[in-house]
Design a protein around this ligand. Structure first.
Ligand code: XMP
Length: 524
């Protein structure tokens, strides 16, 4: 696909993916590469612009990440952010040193709005700063185009050479006009036309899949999660019945979820494909009987998935392609893209490729961020409820039940969880209707879990000895850290009442206040 490209060179900053996402929000396709990427490779890609990210180092220190000076002589516009800005100045003859005052947080900044980068901005606006070092002297040819009280060079440019250095972080939402600054960079400086749009992505992908697959057969493990569902939708539009989706219902899905997936992708749904649903509940409950250690449960569920899938694949026979719902953050996080090489520990379908007979892997969503996957899903006509589903772990309710998993416990947690989600969703919608904005407490992930604890209660005139359900709700941006969401007490109270009255086997409801760390988001 011949589209415009802006590349991000990653120096280990915490916002590396955010930079690329923001550029894509400007309708310009953007990829992340490590600072160790050879300049020849970058020249070959012929990008319209290059952005250097922030990073934790000091550029003047021995062994700090750097890049060849040639990068700034290619005639391609370069935008350095934070560390990237300092490195640009350092390499081109400016001076970077420890700042007398460390700037951190929202900072009032003055802009020279005659700069192409700051076109249509107000002269004074707030930016997000986070740095120990600062540019004390710009490199020859550079003009200062922004400053703060403590930072004389908040931005500098060499317009003729199309080099721009910004000390702050335009990619962070706290930078009030950050989006406009990045948009000015890609449009006013790099001269992009903005050809990255989801409708054309879908159209181009369908064409590319058809070309690649020819009349071959494709097999996809469909979990009902966002990524594999969108992959299924896309492949189905491209190759119809040449695609077979195997959906393993392990009996650890949320209430009615198996039927919902079948309604969308099964024979009654709108998608043309071969849909195989395997109802493997009993088989899973059998394997999980007597197992209470969380890692052991995860392992059993993962391995059993492979066994079931393998059996189905054998019935289908050899296929040409095995499709996977890999998305761009998976690629970056597994160290193939950017610099922050954290190997993803949460694998839904670990080990599959070795056990199924196929020629090639096909990953139609490999270039997309999550929000783009969602947009593509809507474009393909996949129902909103499915596209905006909250994250759900591969091992499902198996890791939301403390201790041994049984069919009875799964039913309890499914029913309690459905009530909880319904009430939170209703309350959030009500708040938004009344106030015109999203409620400040709306969690990013919320679910019920079953503690393995039973305690004495009283119901009617009878003594009970039943389970306690735990309600979990967190607010988080990256799912690496999280805070308990402050769901209004009356909402929790209503949920408690309904669960006690409607779910047999529960006589106590608790709210989990734990943040992450020290807790995790799941409760296993
Ligand atoms: P924790 O519990 O580790 O969860 O704080 C962080 C995020 O990851 C999700 N999660 C998983 N996702 N397979 C997945 O696809 C898994 O095995 C898995 N375990 C946890 C969790 O729901 C949360 O969003």
């Amino acid at each position: 696909m011949n589209r415009e490209l802006v590349i991000v060179i990653d120096f280990g900053g915490q916002y590396n993916q955010l930079v690329a996402r923001r550029v894509r929000e400007c309708n310009v396709y953007c990829e992340i590469y490590s600072y160790k990427t050879d300049i020849e490779k970058i020249k070959e890609m012929n990008p319209k612009g290059i952005i250097l990210t922030g990073g934790p180092n000091s550029c003047y220190e021995e062994g700090a990440p750097t890049y060849t000076k040639e990068l700034f002589e290619l005639g391609i516009p370069v935008l350095g952010l934070c560390y990237g800005a300092q490195l640009m100045q350092h390499i081109l003859g400016g001076k970077v040193e420890k700042a007398p005052v460390r700037e951190y947080g929202k900072t009032e900044t003055h802009f020279d709005v005659t700069s192409k980068l700051f076109k249509d901005l107000e002269e004074d606006s707030v930016v997000w700063m986070s740095h120990f070092d600062y540019i004390s002297q710009t490199a020859p040819g550079f003009k200062i185009v922004a400053n703060t009280a403590d930072c004389p060079v908040a931005a500098a440019e060499d317009e003729a050479k199309k080099l721009y250095a910004i000390q702050f972080h335009p990619e962070v939402l706290h930078t009030v006009r950050g989006k406009e600054i990045l948009s000015n960079y890609v449009y006013n400086v790099c001269g992009c036309a903005g050809d990255w749009k989801m409708d054309s992505f879908v159209e181009e992908s369908i064409k590319a899949i058809r070309e690649k697959v020819g009349d071959g057969k494709v097999l996809l493990a469909l979990s009902g999660g966002v990524d594999s569902s969108v992959a299924a939708g896309l492949l189905s539009k491209a190759i119809g019945k040449q695609l077979t989706c195997v959906f393993v219902d392990h009996g650890l899905l949320r209430k009615n979820e198996g039927d919902e997936v079948e309604a969308v992708f099964g024979p009654q749904g709108d998608f043309d494909l071969n849909f195989i649903r395997v109802n493997a509940q009993d088989r899973y409950y059998g394997k999980l009987a007597g197992v209470s250690e969380p890692e052991a449960k995860r392992k059993i569920i993962g391995e059993e998935f492979i066994r079931v899938f393998e059996e189905e694949a054998k019935k289908i026979g050899a296929v040409d392609f095995l499709a996977q719902g890999t998305i761009y953050p998976d690629v970056v996080e597994s160290g193939l893209g950017g610099e922050s090489a954290v190997i993803k520990s949460h694998h839904n379908v670990g080990g599959l490729p070795d056990t199924v007979d196929f020629k090639e892997i096909i990953e139609p969503l490999r270039d997309l961020f999550k929000d783009e996957v969602r947009k593509a899903g809507l474009e393909l006509g996949i129902p909103k409820e499915l596209v905006f589903r909250q994250p759900f772990p591969g091992p499902g309710l198996g890791i939301r039940i403390i201790g041994e998993v049984t069919g009875e416990k799964v039913k309890i947690v499914q029913d309690a969880d459905a009530i909880y989600r319904e009430e939170v969703d209703n309350a959030a919608a009500q708040y938004e209707k009344e106030n015109g904005v999203e409620a400040p407490w709306v969690p990013n992930q919320y679910f019920a879990a079953l503690t393995n604890m039973r305690s004495v209660g009283v119901m009617g005139d009878e003594r009970t000895y039943d389970y306690a359900v735990a309600l979990r709700a967190v607010r988080t941006i990256d799912f690496m850290t999280a805070e308990a969401a402050e769901i209004p007490f009356e909402v929790l109270n209503k949920v408690m009442n309904r669960i006690i009255n409607e779910v047999k086997g529960v006589n106590r409801v608790m709210y989990d206040l734990t943040s992450k760390p020290p807790g995790t988001i799941e409760m296993e």
